[in-house]
Ligand binder design. Structure first.
Ligand SMILES: Nc1ncnc2c1ncn2[C@@H]1O[C@H](COP(=O)(O)OP(=O)(O)OC[C@H]2O[C@@H](O)[C@H](O)[C@@H]2O)[C@@H](O)[C@H]1O
Length: 169
């Protein structure tokens, strides 16, 4: 077992349907919240250096509670949005639940649509000091996706949930 402030890695002994034994390596991280903040035609993205990938890229604000705590996702969403962008949301609507990487991680998350926004100052964690936040038109978000600049799987999945939400509204 390996453990740090944000995640644990464990190896389980498992028994398959036919009775044979095996192992499964699992990454545990607490439930995360992702927030699509929307104002008129624009959406808020954050740019952050992602150490495992070795590059900076745009994504929707997202995060987990400190100390691997499990927190109510809506409370977490409001806090992450405020910390990363300075925005306070008058309305937070759940768009859906997402599985991060079902083949290797137990982590799930909830995506929200944030509207009725009030501006304030971000209050980022020390690990997020390089972060930038900016508004993008919907057309520019689409361009970031089709050009391969917005590649965050959680953000793309949440964007699909947003489009379905708008289609069925
Ligand atoms: N395993 C780690 N080791 C060291 N530092 C980490 C780790 N995980 C996160 N951090 C640092 O802590 C900061 C805050 O972490 P989180 O609150 O977990 O937020 P974030 O990394 O943005 O993750 C959001 C969540 O969405 C999912 O895509 C992802 O699995 C993650 O749990 C990160 O920006 C990063 O710098």
């Amino acid at each position: 077992m390996y453990r740090n402030e944000w995640m644990t890695v464990r190896e389980d002994e498992i028994r398959r349907q036919d009775g044979s034994r095996g192992i499964y390596g699992v990454v545990d991280k607490p439930h995360y919240a992702l927030i699509i903040a929307s104002e008129g035609d624009r959406l808020q993205l954050v740019r952050q250096f992602r150490y495992p990938l070795g590059l900076s890229r745009w994504e929707f604000p997202q995060g987990t509670a400190p100390g691997r705590a499990d927190q109510d996702p809506k409370t977490l969403a409001a806090r992450e949005l405020r910390e990363e962008t300075g925005l306070a949301a008058g309305s937070l609507v759940e768009l859906g639940v997402l599985d991060v990487a079902a083949g290797m991680s137990s982590q799930r998350g909830t995506a929200y649509l944030a509207t009725e926004l009030t501006r304030g100052e971000p209050d980022r964690e020390p690990e997020e000091q390089d972060m930038l936040a900016a508004w993008f038109s919907r057309a520019d978000v689409d361009k970031l996706i089709t050009s391969g600049e917005l590649t965050d799987a959680q953000s793309l999945a949440a964007y699909a949930l947003l489009l379905l939400h708008e289609r069925t509204r």
